[in-house]
Design a protein around this ligand. Structure first.
Ligand code: ZN
Length: 236
C-alpha cells in the first residue's frame, strides 16, 4: 500500500472505531445495571440503609426531598409532613428487596450512595415503568416529597417534575390542605404563641406574626382565657 492510500484507510478505520464505540455506549445507557439490595433501616423519607454485597450502605434517593424529621442534636426542626414521609417509607421499604440504579454520580460528599430505588426490575426504562416501579417516583406521586434535582444526576428529572405536578394538582400529601398555610379568613383574633399577645385579625401587627407562632381565636374572650393579652392598638 502506498502512503497516499494508507492515510484514507487509517481515517476510515478511525471512523469505524468511533461508530462502534458510540453504538456500544448507547446500548449500555439503554440497559443500566441494577444492583439488588435489601433495605435494613429507614432514616427518613428519602434516606435508607441497605445490605449490598454483604456491606451496609447508606442510600440517598435521587431527585426527591422529603420534609425533615426533627434532629435536635443537629438543630433541625420538624417540618410538616416529615414524620408521615418517614413512616410511609418505613412501611413500603423496610426489609424489602430492592434494585438500585445509579446515575452519573454514584456517591455524595457524605459517602452515601445516590440511587433510584426500583421495587421490582423493570421490563424497560420507560416513563410507565418509572411510574409503576421506582420508589422515588412513588414518593412524588403521593405527595410525600418534592423534586430536588442535583446535576449531574438528572436521568429522570423531567419525569419527576411531571409527577410532582400531578400530585400538586390532586392536592396529595404535603400539597393538601393541612400543610399549606390557611388563608386568614375566619379567625377574628390572632395571637403570637411566643409573646402571648393577641390582635384583631386586621391589625397590622397581626400580619407580622410568623406562621410558626400564629394562633387563631374566634373571640377576644377565648384569647384572654388562653392567657393572651391584647396589643396596645387592639386593646381599645
Ligand atoms: Zn394589634
Amino acid at each position: 500500500m502506498r502512503p497516499k492510500r494508507f492515510i484514507p484507510f487509517l481515517l476510515a478505520l478511525f471512523v469505524l472505531l468511533l461508530l462502534s464505540g458510540c453504538a456500544s455506549k448507547s446500548e449500555a445507557a439503554g440497559k443500566p445495571k441494577l444492583l439488588q439490595a435489601v433495605v435494613t433501616h429507614v432514616s427518613d423519607g428519602d434516606t435508607v440503609h441497605v445490605r449490598l454485597n454483604g456491606r451496609d450502605e447508606r442510600v440517598r434517593l435521587i431527585g426527591v426531598n422529603t420534609p425533615e424529621i426533627s434532629h435536635p442534636d443537629l438543630g433541625i426542626r420538624e417540618q410538616p409532613y416529615g414524620k408521615q414521609a418517614a413512616a410511609y417509607t418505613r412501611k413500603r421499604l423496610l426489609k424489602r428487596k430492592v434494585w438500585l440504579e445509579f446515575d452519573v454520580q454514584q456517591r455524595d460528599k457524605y459517602g452515601r450512595l445516590l440511587a433510584y430505588v426500583w421495587l421490582s426490575p423493570p421490563a424497560a426504562f420507560t416513563e410507565k415503568e418509572v411510574r409503576a416501579r421506582i420508589y422515588n417516583a412513588e414518593l412524588l406521586l403521593n405527595g410525600y416529597a418534592q423534586v430536588m434535582t442535583v446535576p449531574p444526576n438528572v436521568k429522570y428529572a423531567d419525569i419527576f417534575v411531571k409527577f410532582q405536578r400531578e400530585a400538586r394538582e390532586k392536592g396529595k400529601g404535603l400539597w393538601g390542605a393541612p400543610a399549606v398555610a390557611k388563608p386568614a379568613g375566619k379567625a377574628l383574633y390572632v395571637g403570637n404563641r411566643r409573646t402571648k399577645i393577641f390582635h384583631r385579625a386586621g391589625c397590622r401587627w397581626a400580619q407580622k406574626i410568623s406562621p410558626a407562632n400564629r394562633v387563631e381565636f374566634g373571640s377576644r374572650e377565648e384569647a384572654i382565657k388562653a392567657g393572651y393579652r391584647p396589643c396596645r392598638v387592639c386593646r381599645s
